[in-house]
Ligand binder design. Structure first.
Ligand code: DQA
Length: 147
């Protein structure tokens, strides 16, 4: 079973970008740890990062062909991209919205997620463990579907 982990704009700079908010770890190191966890759970992870809205939409479209679910940190697009929201509702697999930071305790504009209503759920505020919790959430969902 394959799960796609998508990271949006500016997340390629993790490790150097506002470490007080996003931590010191690079995206590669976060992804490697997540991959190891997924392997133990019996899932295969694929990773995609882009700073471009269209590329994120293309990745969401492609995921429907061979993935069971998606973990998505859409970065700032979360707060205003109706195009990404539409792409999520166009595909039938579950998409879990993830944020490293607690978006509800920051700037006013970060409190709005236009993608949340079409996602399976949202996890925010646990740093890199937000991705781990999203993986657990998908695992739980898949195990329930089997029964
Ligand atoms: C973020 C939160 C967004 O508001 C911000 O624009 C990001 C990262 C997070 O992971 O906390 O780029 O998605």
């Amino acid at each position: 079973m394959k799960i796609l982990v998508i990271n949006g704009p500016n997340l390629n700079l993790l490790g150097e970008r506002e470490p007080n908010v996003y931590g010191n770890e690079t995206l590669n190191s976060i992804n490697e740890e997540l991959s190891a966890k997924a392997e133990k759970m019996g899932y295969e992870l694929e990773f995609f990062q882009s700073n471009s809205e269209g590329e994120l939409i293309d990745a969401l479209h492609a995921s429907r062909l061979d993935c069971a679910g998606v973990i998505l940190n859409a970065g700032a697009y979360t707060h205003y991209s109706y195009a990404i929201r539409d792409a999520i509702s166009a595909i039938k697999i579950p998409v879990v919205e993830v944020h490293l930071s607690n978006v509800n305790s920051r700037d006013e504009f970060r409190k709005t997620s236009v993608i949340a209503p079409v996602c399976a759920g949202t996890i925010a505020g646990f740093g890199k463990y937000s991705y781990h919790l999203a993986l657990d959430a998908l695992g739980y969902r898949f195990s329930k579907e089997k029964k």
